[in-house]
Design a protein around this ligand. Structure first.
Ligand code: AMP
Length: 328
């Protein structure tokens, strides 16, 4: 049997370079490997763990599918679906019976969200990692292409798999992360990671050249020369972008310049904007084609849901039986 792969992106708006480099690139690589059966979802249920607007969610669930298809995910090779169309929430409830509340409260990802939304510390937010474990385990997926920020959640998924197997005799694999070169895309602000919720931190997949130039213009720099290459902050992050989009040799050239005659940041940002845009342009062209193919996209979502549900229902039934919740 082929090994299963599961990944997803929340339906909170347009995808940014962090999502693309950290998750979608890995999804694409595994989709083209015949050893794997790949399932990629729009994590719409995860979207309701933080404050959201109903109309926007309705729209964004579809936007992510368009982004997936535009980036090259292929419904002939991968099952593309909406998380809420498959019984993940039901499995999450069963799994929650082996999860300790304190373990969830101490996760750094939970603490970050509590800081961001102090008035919305809900059960859904606390359950985020349990739902993510359900996303993966419901397909018995062993490999998960996601960014490095998701590692604490994968650890929880492994703990839950072990606990369920020990307690109820299930056969869940312990899922591991599939890392890409862009597993951590830094923020344009010079601090932390690129994130949809931090204005000025991101470049969207749909940004045109001018917008990319503008966003990069805001990235902090320094005098351009010195004995030591910075190991954090704006310049470090810019060099990381150079490495990701222009290659390691280009990065080395700038590092040499930093120690010597100095870096001209205007030129660096100009070249970088062009390199990023070159990668995004074919995705944007395909996206505008897809925006016109409404019934095709509807069909992809419908067929994806049927296929995902079929596998997921079997696992839910098995878990119910093993937990004593059905006759057999
Ligand atoms: P989210 O938008 O939080 O649902 O994230 C969707 C996927 O994008 C997850 O696999 C994240 O790990 C990944 N991701 C988000 N931001 C970044 C980033 N700055 N660098 C690398 N991967 C990221």
């Amino acid at each position: 049997m082929k090994k299963r792969v599961l990944s997803g992106i929340r339906a909170t708006g347009r995808l940014h370079l962090g999502n693309y480099m950290g998750a979608v690139k890995g999804m694409l690589e595994l989709q083209d490997n015949p050893e794997y059966e790949t399932l990629y979802m729009v994590a719409d249920l995860h979207t309701v763990t933080t404050p959201y607007k109903v109309e926007e969610l309705r729209k964004n669930r579809r936007e992510v599918v368009l982004d997936y298809l535009a980036a090259g995910l292929d419904p002939e090779k991968s099952i593309l679906f909406e998380q809420s169309d498959s019984p993940h929430a039901e499995l999450a409830f069963y799994l929650s019976s082996v999860v300790n509340i304190a373990r969830m409260q101490h996760l750094p990802t939970f603490k970050d969200k509590v800081k961001q939304h102090p008035n919305n510390v809900t059960m859904a937010l606390l359950n985020y990692p349990v739902l993510m474990a359900a996303d993966i385990l419901i397909y018995k997926a062993g490999l998960v292409p996601v960014g490095i920020d998701q590692e604490p959640h994968l650890e929880v998924a492994r703990e839950i798999a072990r606990k369920m197997n020990e307690t109820y005799g299930t056969d869940f694999p312990e899922p591991v992360r599939f890392a890409t070169r862009g597993e951590y895309v830094p923020s344009l602000t010079g601090e932390g990671k690129m994130s949809k919720s931090i204005e000025g931190s991101y470049i969207n997949l749909t940004d045109d050249l001018e917008t990319i130039q503008k966003r990069l213009a805001g990235a902090p720099t320094d005098s351009g020369k010195g004995e030591k290459i910075p190991t954090s902050g704006g310049v470090f992050n810019l060099l990381k972008f150079v490495e990701l989009f222009e290659g390691i040799d280009a990065r080395k050239k700038y590092e040499q310049a930093y120690r010597g005659q100095g870096i001209a940041y205007r030129e660096l940002k100009e070249n970088l904007a062009q390199a990023i845009f070159n990668e995004l342009k074919p995705i944007q062209e395909k996206r505008s084609e897809l925006e016109r193919k409404t019934s095709y996209v509807d069909e992809v979502i419908k067929r994806g849901a049927e296929k995902a549900r079929k596998i997921a229902k079997e696992t839910v039934l098995e878990v119910k039986e093993k937990m004593g919740l059905s006759f057999n």
